[in-house]
Design a protein around this ligand. Structure first.
Ligand code: GLA
Length: 663
């Protein structure tokens, strides 16, 4: 039986510890009010000590014991770390790095994701586990592998890439035309001439390699999904934990999560402290993959071991981080990890229990989170964030820009956060979604860096604009088609006619330039022009770099029942704030009425029955927040002071309030 969300738990590796110790570990988890534990994802050499000799009994006993401590289990398939006997006997299962070297046993992720033999060996162990545990009532879900990361550049995988291209392009003439291979004499006369590289290649080829990597990981995953689905209870979910702080660009996360029941990710801070707007955006981004609540399958109990400086989060910050993810739609938070293995590569990572098995100082903070969740779970269950504004994010555009950055300063995550942070402060709830999805219900879409706009996407966006949507395109939009070729018309390509304007020229900036009198833009600036009488100029550059002086920086045109705007710059914070405020106002999006100090975040989760407000103080000083309306605190430690239609909340440093709106 799946406990009600949000759940709390950790990753636990019983295979690393004597069985006599398990009960004490699980009892400590239960005492911290945890209700879920993830196990198994690196246990292949213990589950199958030699080829075909399976030992699943210990895992069965661990699952049963977890159940006795009221801990539901997420079971990992162990395919991220094949045993030494496997890669020794079948060396063709090892992957090759882009530099031509084969990976070796001794770390993890050494396998070749495209190897048919490796996939067959994975299917065998996964089938054993599914048949044994697929009807175990204490298993609530499955995690496939772990943070799919490395592709392979061996010749067999390259042949698969060439077949992939052949299936897509059908003829070499077509491929040669779409990739403009006359350039530098790249023309191919046979499919097996096509190289497979991930840097410095033809932009069309580089983009297709990303598509191939996505398709290959997706089929790797799908084979395990199929093995599991054939044997497990329909109530058991299937997910995978996505790494790279969700932002990794190895493959398309939207496509990869299509075959899963649930999106989950690993939310780490690394060096320094939580950057609230960035982490808010990342959680909304993850929620956007399947457009539903998600799990944080791993997060740090205080610190990690892989950053340049592995500082600890401040007291309270670990709990604040967890509440932030819940505020943005997480239905479970699991720590990595319960207790460090006595040996192995991650001895210095943050953990909840020490090598002696006793609680570390962070334990109390996590236990407090567990108590919070016990008090708020019934109110939060079934709720999620809802937004009228979305920021668009798209992998083809991400890749196309990153292959040819033009300025190393153009960091797409930071560009996205510049727009997102202002929108979040204005309206509180913001979605981050891909553009090819159902856009009904959104009033405003903001698309920074939507570089690749094929005709099909232009048509999709136009239909939404015609019906009343307000689309704001940001810099570098509408430059490329689906083959990563330049559009023959200027930016924004197939949307230029509807916009009644275009980009005359783009400039990578070495220093900020003026917009109007008071504002500045940095990193990137585009000189715009209008081509239709009814296109208005919203902003002009001031005295800038000569080329841009006095030229339009932002233009807008009413289209159908909505509008299209193009902003060719990255305005400073104050100017971005006022632009987003105008955009929100013009699109008739309800602005938030809360009056909050800068470091206090407000997240709203709701369903038809109730609205829950989560206030998080991201600073190390006490803060006061004033909300419009009447709220009731669900955590006894936080008191609220009602005024005439306001509620005042006092938050200690890194403090959290969970409030139910009184209706
Ligand atoms: C990743 C992995 C875990 C662990 C953590 C450490 O997220 O999935 O196995 O290595 O990093 O931060």
């Amino acid at each position: 039986m799946t406990p009600n969300a949000p759940l709390l738990g950790s990753a636990w590796y019983p295979e690393q510890w004597p069985e006599s110790r398990w009960d004490a570990d699980l009892a400590l988890m239960e005492q911290a009010h945890m209700n879920v534990v993830r196990i198994g994802e690196f246990a292949w050499s213990t589950l199958e000590p030699s080829e075909g000799r399976y030992d699943l009994d210990w895992l069965d006993r661990a699952i049963t014991l977890a159940g006795k401590h009221h801990l539901a289990v997420v079971l990992g398939t162990p395919t991220d770390a094949p045993p030494a006997w496997l890669t020794t006997k079948y060396p063709d299962t090892l992957g090759m790095n882009a530099d031509g070297h084969y990976r070796e046993h001794g770390g993890r992720r050494q396998f070749n994701y495209a190897s048919l033999r490796y996939r067959q060996l994975c299917a065998l162990i996964v089938r054993q586990m599914a048949q044994r545990f697929g009807h175990n009532p204490n298993i609530i879900g499955w995690q496939i592998g772990n943070e799919y990361t490395d592709e392979s550049f061996d010749t067999a995988t390259r042949a698969q890439f060439q077949h992939f291209l052949q299936a897509k392009y059908k003829t070499l003439d077509n491929l040669n035309r779409q990739w403009t291979t006359a350039y530098w004499s790249q023309t191919y006369t046979a499919w097996d001439q096509i190289p497979m590289v991930n840097t410095n290649g033809n932009p069309g080829l580089l983009l297709e390699h990303k598509h191939f990597v996505t398709a290959t990981w997706r089929s790797f995953q799908k084979e395990q999904v199929d093995v599991l689905r054939a044997a497990i209870l329909p109530s058991q979910f299937i997910t995978t934990n996505i790494g790279g702080l969700a932002w990794s660009d190895n493959w398309d996360h939207y496509e990869m999560t299509e075959d899963l029941d649930l999106a989950s990710w690993d939310d780490y801070v690394g060096q320094g402290h939580l950057q609230p707007a960035r982490n808010a955006m990342l959680n909304d981004f993850v929620r956007g993959w399947k457009r539903q609540n998600f799990w944080v399958m791993e997060t740090q109990p205080g610190s990690v071991n892989w950053a340049p400086i592995n500082n600890a989060l401040a007291p309270g910050e670990t709990r604040a981080l967890a509440w932030q993810t819940i505020g943005h739609g997480a239905d479970a938070v699991l720590y990595w990890q319960w207790r460090d293995a006595l040996n192995g590569q991650e001895q210095y990572h943050g953990a909840i229990a020490g090598p002696d098995g006793k609680p570390l100082p962070i334990y109390d903070e996590i236990e407090q989170l567990g108590r919070d969740l016990d008090l708020t779970r019934s109110a939060l269950a079934g709720t999620s964030p809802h937004a009228e504004v979305a920021v668009l994010h798209d992998y083809d555009s991400r890749w196309a820009i990153d292959f040819q950055l033009h300025t190393r300063e153009y960091d797409q995550q930071q560009v996205l956060v510049r727009f997102y942070a202002q929108l979040q402060e204005l309206v509180r709830s913001v979605d981050v979604i891909r553009p090819i999805t159902n856009l009904d219900g959104y009033k405003l879409l903001v698309a920074p860096s939507l570089n690749v706009i094929p005709q099909t996407l232009a048509d999709h966006l136009m239909a939404w604009v015609q019906a009343g949507g307000h689309l704001l395109l940001g810099p570098r939009s509408g430059m490329k088609d689906e083959y990563n070729s330049l559009h023959p018309q200027r930016q924004p390509g197939p949307l230029a006619a509807a916009l009644g304007g275009r980009v005359e020229q783009y400039y990578a900036l070495t220093e900020p330039v003026r917009i109007g009198k008071d504002a500045t833009t940095d990193i990137w600036a585009e000189q715009l022009s209008t081509t239709a009488a009814d296109t208005t100029v919203d902003l002009r550059y001031g005295v800038a770099n000569g080329w841009l002086d006095g030229r339009p920086a932002m233009i807008t045109r009413a289209v159908g029942r909505g509008s299209i705007s193009y902003l060719g710059a990255l305005p400073d914070e104050a100017s971005m704030r006022s632009l987003m405020s105008t955009a929100v106002h013009d699109a008739h999006v309800a602005a938030s009425s809360a009056s909050l100090p800068k470091d206090v975040e407000l997240c709203i989760r709701s369903n038809a029955e109730r609205t829950i407000a989560i206030l998080i103080n991201h600073s190390n000083a006490a803060q006061q927040a004033v909300l419009t309306g009447r709220y009731r605190s669900l955590l006894p430690a936080v008191s609220t002071r009602p005024g005439a239609n306001t509620t005042t909340v006092e938050l200690p440093m890194q403090g959290v309030a969970v409030l139910e709106v009184s209706r």
